[in-house]
Design a protein around this ligand. Structure first.
Ligand SMILES: Nc1nc2c([nH]c(=O)n2[C@@H]2O[C@H](COP(=O)(O)OP(=O)(O)OP(=O)(O)O)[C@@H](O)[C@H]2O)c(=O)[nH]1
Ligand SMILES: [Mg+2]
Length: 189
């Protein structure tokens, strides 16, 4: 792959970036947390669960050459509807994390991704069952991201990120990893 992190077309960058206006005007109150999402397990109980009993979720954090991060808006009718998220989803039983990340990025934002590094993981009380979420820094991508499932997708400047717009596990990732600039040494290496 030739210089996979560089977007092929600067117009696409501008179109995607202009969508961030709607993200910037987003009201955190719109986030629809489905009823019954109260924690089922205490943190202690969650920590004691065998990992094979937990669904694995993988999400990818990608930066473009302008230092912006790729974000999607969750659709209506799902948990945390309307919140922002990093693309990703549930690992299927036959997949490892890398295969699941590649599939989710193809399905959700139409790009090919590679060269992953685990940056944060956490066990979470889901609305129906607990899951284990893993966030990967994605160092290489190829193609132009778009909302392949009809959702909004945009590049967001790191200093415009409002972590309150994301689900709780993602808020922690943003606070620990993105707002502290810890990612810098990994991508601008
Ligand atoms: N994609 C994504 N999911 C997240 C993030 N943070 C977070 O708590 N989650 C949770 O991870 C769980 C699974 O993610 P998902 O809904 O994207 O799963 P998926 O793509 O396989 O969806 P599907 O079941 O409709 O096919 C959801 O409960 C979601 O709320 C995030 O930053 N990105
Ligand atoms: Mg998903």
């Amino acid at each position: 792959m030739d210089n996979p992190q560089k977007l092929e077309n600067n117009d696409t960058h501008i179109i995607l970036n202009s969508l961030s206006d709607s993200a910037t005007s987003f009201d955190a109150q719109e986030i629809n947390v489905i009823e019954g999402a109260a924690p089922i397990y205490s943190q202690e109980e969650l920590d004691a669960l065998p990992d094979h009993e937990l669904k694995h979720v993988v999400c990818g954090v990608i930066f473009n050459e302008y230092g912006q991060v790729l974000v999607s808006r969750r659709r209506a009718g799902v948990d945390y509807a309307n919140s922002l998220e990093f693309p990703g989803g549930k690992v299927e039983y036959h997949e490892d994390h890398a295969a699941a990340l590649k599939r989710e990025f193809e399905e959700e934002v139409g790009i090919t991704v590679d060269n992953f590094k685990l940056i944060y993981e956490q066990r979470v009380n889901g609305s129906s069952s607990p899951f284990h979420i893993f966030f990967y820094l994605v160092r290489d991508f190829f193609g132009q991201p778009y909302g392949a499932e009809g959702q909004e997708v945009f590049w967001l400047n790191v200093d415009e990120i409002d972590y309150n717009r994301f689900p709780p596990a993602t808020q922690l990732l943003i606070q620990k990893y993105i707002l502290t600039n810890e990612y810098m040494q990994e991508i601008y290496r």
